[in-house]
Design a binder for this molecule. Sequence first.
Ligand SMILES: Nc1ncnc2c1ncn2[C@@H]1O[C@H](COP(=O)(O)OP(=O)(O)O)[C@@H](O)[C@H]1O
Ligand SMILES: [Mg+2]
Ligand SMILES: [Zn+2]
Length: 280
Amino acid sequence: MTTDPASDWTGPNSLVPPAPVVSVRGLTHRFGSGCDRCIALTGEAAGTNRCSACGAVVAVYDASFDVGPHEVLGVVGESGSGKTTLLRCLHLDITPDAGSISVAGQPIERSAVVMVHQNALAAGLYPRLAAESNVAERLLGRGARHFGKVHTRAAELLTELGLHPERHTDALMTFSGGMQQRVQLARALVDPPQVLLLDEPTTGLDPSVQADLLDVVQRVTEALGSASIVVSHDLAAVRVLASRIVVLHHGRIVEEGICEQVLEDPQHPYTQLLVSSRLT
Ligand SMILES: Nc1ncnc2c1ncn2[C@@H]1O[C@H](COP(=O)(O)OP(=O)(O)O)[C@@H](O)[C@H]1O
Ligand SMILES: [Mg+2]
Ligand SMILES: [Zn+2]
């Protein structure tokens, strides 16, 4: 038995990070059948993600990262850089061509992951159903059988996320975009997933609504033990939410690190461009 405190790797004050919830290694996805020159003809040097030989799009190439419990990873990059494709692979909507995704050391399963989309109605919520029913439906869909308890839980969560109880039974389509996003978040969190994916959760809303919603997202991601990944082209939003970020360009991760460090002192020319054009 050693008395060297530095050897206490698992103690609560250990500087060693906790085991990751999500581990992504070498994730690659190409749209189109592709050829053997796709990788060489795309990426940073080529200045495109489209293979000039065969026309396939290398949407994500060789992406690797970990996300720990309680951690929010930001994924930034301009439109078309591969952010949504990356999330769709993690959500098992599309099968990557290569690479692995594990959750708590096991191959990822659909039930471990929930995605919050940019638009609640496009996300498969039910426009004519009450806000509360949209939330309760997810619990019922996951095997909950006590109808009363399910609705009570849904109502509590909606109130927590800022929806006045008077409106819980109004149809989803009667709500503003920002309020619909709160319903979508409540639906995602009513049975907290191991992995929460957020694809441009505040994009397209009025700036004041965005700020309010960001507060809510920040609160819930901080409280969750889940690993969260938030994708956005909006650096200011990512800055609020994420502790670490990865920067995607033409499907490649060109830079990664502590959020503040990367945004204050970007090393890669593309990140420098992104930061100077979006944050000034
Ligand atoms: N279903 C698809 N078929 C063909 N190309 C696609 C498809 N979805 C996305 N792409 C292409 O893949 C690249 C990455 O897209 P996407 O992941 O949506 O980027 P982002 O979310 O960063 O805007 C883009 O060049 C886009 O045109
Ligand atoms: Mg996208
Ligand atoms: Zn090709």
